[in-house]
Design a protein around this ligand. Structure first.
Ligand code: PLP
Length: 446
């Protein structure tokens, strides 16, 4: 199909996620046709370095025949069967075992879903059910963070703290509150990062006291906020948050949909920060995006109660533990493990990216360059000396993103924060190319 024909037919019938339909009408979408390694190709013959691993998910890179083969074999053997009503199948069993082997020691159960959003819907119902079974049915409030992202279903967007999402098609699920995010560059520069991190934890405690400890079920957060802008919290943040949660006996839900499966140089972001979450929603890198699958890893405290006291849990999805998705996810985990991909992020390409990425901090447009593992962000500023931001109407981030794409690199913009999260198999040489293209895009944006 020719590019223009594809764009016209796309415009005629396809409502895209997170897209201004009318603006799309004028420009048309870029048509992506194939991919290999860390590169995607468009219909006009351009090869583009995918600095976002698709949507933070293609951890193992494109074109892995082992994953294709795992899907094919499973589709031939058993393309579908459900895991409801006392049935199971080997791929779901094997994947559950493997996940529990990789997860922190106290996590020995997993509930499968089709996506990260469904995982967070599951979280919402599970934590409230847990406290009801504990004889504390009043503990229903869940505290999330402003600008956090937990998906697009009604529960997912309610747990998330993205105001524009709350404004469309609401109302949100009741009994969900949000506290400030640990975004030092954006909101905390009048204090040291450490003092700011502690202030954010104090905001959590203040919210718990306001709602009443006896009414609060859980706190949900991404170890590093991804979609909100690759926001790495100050070192003081997580220890202080953990202390508040322990003091008030509130469950911790660490949303690992982006941070899981090696992104931060550990299997889970929680391990990087020394967290011991009660629940961990997962998706994306679980299958390196080759097939859709998500889930919730459930710690013993919650699982034991649900199993021993709960009776039937009236919750599940047709595709919970889908055999082909589970087979691909299992093969993906085996390859990540066999090839030492996670350790490579921690010990080699992660530190290398950190060095190379930090060099961009000298650019006149860059107020801060930060990274952790294979996730990085650049804060665009109008005035480097004062760190003041561009006028919003200029949409500097979107401009830089589009220039970047034309230069051959996918970088995402969140407001005026530029983000990268490349496939974990990226080489040092490809990181050099990524940094070179990012600098070129910055030069052309300036
Ligand atoms: N949680 C986090 C942290 C995410 O980043 C996302 C998606 O970006 C989700 C949940 C939702 O996952 P999905 O798009 O698979 O529903």
């Amino acid at each position: 199909m020719q590019t223009q024909e594809c764009q016209a037919r796309d415009r005629a019938h396809h409502l895209h996620p997170f897209t201004d339909f009318k603006a799309l009408g004028e420009e048309g979408s870029r048509v992506i046709t194939r991919a290999e390694g860390v590169y995607i190709h468009d219909s006009r013959g351009h090869r583009i370095l995918d600095g976002m691993a698709g949507l933070w998910c293609v951890n193992l890179g494109y074109g892995r025949q082992e994953l294709v083969e795992a899907a094919r074999e499973q589709l031939e053997q058993l393309p579908y069967y459900n895991t409801f009503f006392k049935t199971t199948h080997p791929p779901a069993v094997r994947l559950a075992e493997k996940l529990c082997e990789l997860a922190p020691a106290h996590m020995n159960h997993v509930f499968f879903t089709g996506s990260g959003s469904e995982a967070n819907d599951t979280v919402l119902r599970m934590v409230r059910r847990y406290w009801a079974l504990q004889g504390k049915p009043g503990k229903r409030w869940i505290i999330g963070r402003e600008n956090g992202y937990h998906g697009s279903t009604v529960a997912g967007m309610s747990l998330g703290g993205m105001a524009p999402m709350h404004d469309q098609g609401g109302p949100c699920v009741p009994e969900i509150a949000h506290i400030r995010q640990p975004y030092w560059f954006g909101e905390g520069r009048d204090q040291s990062p450490e003092a700011f991190g502690r202030a954010c934890a104090e905001a959590l405690e203040a919210k718990i006291l306001e709602l009443g400890e006896e009414n609060v079920a859980a706190f949900i957060a991404e170890p590093v906020q991804g979609a909100g802008g690759a926001i790495m919290p100050p070192a003081s943040y997580w220890p202080a948050i953990k202390a508040v949660l322990a003091k008030h006996d509130i469950l911790l839900v660490a949303d690992e949909v982006i941070c899981g499966f090696g992104r931060l140089g550990e299997w889970f972001g929680s391990q990087h920060f020394g967290l011991e979450p009660d629940l961990m929603p997962i998706a994306k890198g679980l299958s390196s995006g080759y097939l859709p699958i998500g889930g919730v890893l459930v710690g013993d405290r919650v699982a034991d109660t649900l199993i021993e006291e709960g009776g039937e849990f009236f919750h599940g999805f047709t595709y919970s533990g889908h055999p082909a998705c589970a087979a691909v996810a299992l093969k993906n985990l085996e390859l990540l493990e066999a090839e030492g991909v996670v350790e490579r992020v921690r010990d080699d390409v992660g530190p290398y990216l950190a060095r190379r990425w930090a060099e961009l901090a000298d650019h006149p447009l860059v107020g801060e360059a930060r990274s952790l593992g294979l996730m990085g962000a650049l804060e665009l500023v109008a005035d480097k000396a004062t760190g003041s931001r561009f006028d919003k109407s200029l949409a500097a981030g979107n401009l830089c993103r589009d220039i970047c794409f034309d230069a051959g690199l996918v970088m995402r913009s969140v407001g005026d924060t530029m983000i990268i999260a490349p496939p974990l198999v990226i080489t040092r040489q490809e990181i050099d190319e990524l940094v070179r293209l990012a600098r070129r895009a910055l030069d052309e944006t300036a």
